[in-house]
Design a protein around this ligand. Structure first.
Ligand code: SF4
Length: 253
């Protein structure tokens, strides 16, 4: 049988921000979201990139496998779950070689009515890094041109499958820094049983240059980068939302 191939934008050795340890990072080509702060607009178009098999990718990994001993492989993008069959094949073969697998996904292609389709992926995924762009559906739509209902269902599904979960949230001035929504995000994520980490990242403008190279207008125009202090403040509000939700649940039981 012919081996399934994935559309791959690029690979990167020695990633340090895409999961635990040092990682081999695979950028999948194609994404249906249009996040205003996206750093990788070149990964948006589907059916482009280089066609690669799982073994071709894992052979690249193996060339420097001693560096990845405490890390592993991360699938990111683009949106890796948009190439679900290939992603399952890649992670299945990675796990067979004893490699830790991390999925960095927006969850946008998750279909709550057809969730069993995604269970085989969860069975070969060691960790999911889920970027919740905005907790409010309308604000999420303004930010990404997609609704978030299925993304929040995806978070619950990951948790129900018992897969370790790291939540990430990018704080953009005037877009995702409203304390009301940050608090609500905390109330939501505290209910995810497998939550292991919360990364709150300040918005920066490093992606701007790619838009210029691609001849695209940069959607956030002159929005200033967020300071580290403001990101720490935002994180505190999210944590407060988590604590308040726990108190509320305790008072009801
Ligand atoms: S989900 Fe990721 S790749 Fe897709 S538009 Fe948003 S930031 Fe860019």
């Amino acid at each position: 049988m012919q081996e399934i191939k994935g559309h791959i934008h690029s690979t990167e050795s020695f990633g340090t921000v895409d999961g635990p340890g040092i990682r081999f990072v695979v950028f999948f080509q194609g994404c249906p979201m249009r996040c205003l702060y996206c750093h990788n607009p070149d990964t948006w178009p589907f059916n482009e990139g280089t066609l690669m098999t799982a073994d071709e990718i894992l052979d690249e990994f193996s060339k420097q496998k001693e560096f990845y001993r405490k890390g592993g492989i991360t699938a990111t993008g683009g949106e890796p779950m948009a190439q679900l069959d290939f992603l399952v094949d890649l992670f299945t073969k990675a796990r067979a070689r004893g490699i830790h697998t991390c999925l960095d996904s927006s969850g946008i292609v998750f279909d709550p009515k057809n969730k069993e389709k995604f269970r085989p992926l969860m069975e070969v995924t060691s960790l999911v890094m889920l970027d919740i762009k905005h907790i409010d559906d309308q604000e999420h739509y303004k930010l990404t041109k997609q609704h978030n209902t299925n993304i929040l269902e995806y978070a619950k599904f990951i948790s129900d499958c018992g897969v370790e979960l790291w939540i990430r949230h990018v704080v953009v001035p005037g877009i995702t820094d409203d304390p009301k929504w940050l608090h609500k995000l905390g109330e939501f994520i505290v209910q995810l049983k497998t939550l292991k980490a919360l990364d709150v990242l300040p918005y920066h403008t490093m992606g701007k240059v790619k838009y210029e190279q691609l001849g695209l207008d940069y959607p956030l125009g002159d929005t200033e980068p967020l300071s580290q202090d403001k990101a720490i403040e935002a994180r505190k509000i999210i944590i407060q939302g988590m604590k308040d939700k726990i108190s509320e649940l305790r008072s009801q039981s």
